[in-house]
Design a protein around this ligand. Structure first.
Ligand code: NAD
Length: 494
């Protein structure tokens, strides 16, 4: 693979440097790519700018058909996508086959339909003299930046609504996981995307990412990543007053009320905290459990976590993959060590098994303080902290007590509690009696420091379009009544 996809072609990056894409499960090199630099950013943005005038004007059905053809091509290569995604991101093959790839194809089908049904308000004569209509127009070149945790899905969440609405895109995936984004660009081209509509750059964040965000022809920035880098992206975008769509970090609470189905909560906590080895912005990270259920919940979660199988990600029998890199593994382990130093107890896990990659055992902690780092900051690993509570008020207050607000779940069999929790928890998604499932039709996006804007669903068109009011005079008269507020002599000289 060349490393870059610019103007409908695979090309090498101009930096003269290469990068190894490494399988985190065993340290092997999956592929070596050339790295982009700022010259490639300029070329890709230029291609996207030139493609915009045609792509933004074609009838929506043309864009829809290109997306349907893309879905067909992805279906035909589904096994390859699943294999490459697993290898570059260290995901178990069961996860990429059952979630990442089919989810991405379903997103594509949703936006193929949605492209043809962008809605506006009805035309009307609000003042009696003018007919007003609303046009929903694409913005221009969108600079998209994606993280490594769901490389294919994040690339799709950014590209699909943007191109469906008539924008063109330059995507910078994480330099750790660019391979499925490059496959996607190749398939989009073969599916009928005109050259320049979708470009992909493999490059580093500080160099290529910042150059993309600050390019004057990029009219909108769509970023998914950490809250720290999100602040930097927002800062650069603000200097040029360009739109910034930000999907950032999370620290999801998991609230188990006293009337919850304990078995369901235990299984939900393990699945919700371990999905993608906990490298999921919506993963369950803080379990607040009513004191009457606390000991049984902790024992149940530890029992299931202890049975989780780590190992070869290509093996169907493997439950959990490694963390993305040695550096990230060391960060996760250090956070758990600091939690223990600060008084927390490791109920299970807390160790790095020697399996040849960057593995960390599923970990359950108790006894951490609400204001401690492990409860407040994103770990982004297979680590769940359990804390007891006594009253509903206390649980809801603790659930809201971080800077994040991306996702949350409440576990209860009481309909009143369920509704109260869904209203009072400040998060972009609140699950009741489950944690994680997403669908293409529903929005994903954070409150508070978890971001601004929505991915997926019709709501994402609010991010990738701008609304224009068109007002047409229907009186046909030169001498309009409102002119009297400006001048009193009504008739121009004949
Ligand atoms: P990151 O912020 O380190 O990097 C994200 C992307 O930004 C990468 O492509 C990186 O190269 C690029 N980048 C880095 N520095 C940059 C800069 N100065 N300017 C422009 N781009 C720059 O995040 P990560 O470690 O790749 O991903 C994990 C984070 O992503 C977690 O915080 C997670 O919660 C978040 N995330 C959020 C969502 C969501 O939908 N809210 C989804 C997935 C991941």
């Amino acid at each position: 693979m060349a490393g870059q996809w610019i103007d409908g072609r695979a090309v090498d990056g101009s930096s003269g440097q290469t990068i190894d894409v490494v399988n985190p499960a065993d340290g092997s090199v999956v592929e070596t790519l050339t790295l982009a630099d700022t010259a490639d950013v300029a070329a890709a943005v230029d291609a996207a700018r030139r493609a915009f005038s045609e792509w933004s004007r074609v009838p929506p059905v043309v864009r829809s058909e290109a997306l349907l053809a893309l879905a067909d091509r992805m279906r035909a290569r589904a096994d390859e996508y699943a294999r490459v995604e697993s290898a570059q991101a260290g995901k178990p093959i069961r996860l990429t086959t059952g979630f990442d790839v089919p989810g991405s194809i379903d997103n594509t089908l949703f936006f193929a339909g949605a492209a043809r049904s962008l809605q506006g308000t009805a035309a009307a004569e609000w003042d009696g003299d003018h007919t007003s209509t609303i046009r929903r127009e694409p913005i221009g070149v969108v600079g998209s930046i994606a993280p490594w945790n769901y490389p294919l899905q994040m690339a799709m969440w950014k590209m699909l609504p943007a191109v469906a609405a008539g924008n063109t895109v330059v995507l910078k995936p994480s330099e750790l996981t660019p391979l499925t984004s490059l496959m996607l660009a190749e398939d989009a081209s073969a599916a009928g995307f005109p050259d320049g509509v979708f470009n992909v750059l493999t490059g580093t964040g500080p160099e290529v990412g910042e150059a993309l965000v600050s390019h004057p022809d990029v009219r909108m920035v769509s970023f998914t990543g950490s809250t720290r880098v999100g602040h930097r992206v927002a800062e650069i975008a603000a200097q040029q007053l360009k739109r910034a769509h930000l999907e950032l970090g999370g620290k999801a609470p998991f609230v188990v009320f006293e009337d919850a189905d304990l078995d369901a909560a235990v299984q939900g906590a393990v699945a919700g905290s371990l999905i993608n080895t906990g490298q999921d912005c919506t993963a369950a990270t803080r379990a607040y459990v009513h004191r009457s259920l606390f000991d049984d919940f902790v024992a149940g979660v530890a029992r299931v976590m202890d049975g989780i199988v780590l190992g070869d990600t290509a093996d169907e029998a493997t439950d959990l993959g490694p963390l993305i890199s040695r550096q990230h593994l060391e960060k996760v382990a250090a956070m758990v060590d600091r939690a223990v130093d600060a008084g927390a107890t490791v109920v299970c896990g807390g160790v790095m098994p020697d399996l040849g990659g960057w593995f960390y055992r599923p970990t359950l902690l108790t006894g951490a303080a609400q204001d401690s780092e492990i409860v407040q900051d994103e770990v982004f690993g297979p680590v769940l902290v359990a804390l007891p509570f006594d009253t509903d008020d206390e649980a809801l207050e603790l659930a809201n007590d971080t800077v994040y607000g991306l996702a949350a779940s409440a576990w209860t069999t009481d309909v009143v509690r369920a509704h109260r929790a869904s209203r009072e928890i400040a998060a972009g998604c609140v699950w009741i009696n489950d944690h994680i499932p997403i669908v293409s039709e529903m929005p994903h996006g954070g409150f508070k420091q978890s971001g601004i804007g929505k991915d997926m669903s019709q709501y994402s068109f609010d991010e990738y379009t701008q609304v224009k009011h068109v007002s047409v005079d229907i009186t046909g008269v030169a001498d309009k009544e409102w002119h009297r507020t400006i001048f009193t002599n009504p008739r121009p000289q004949q």
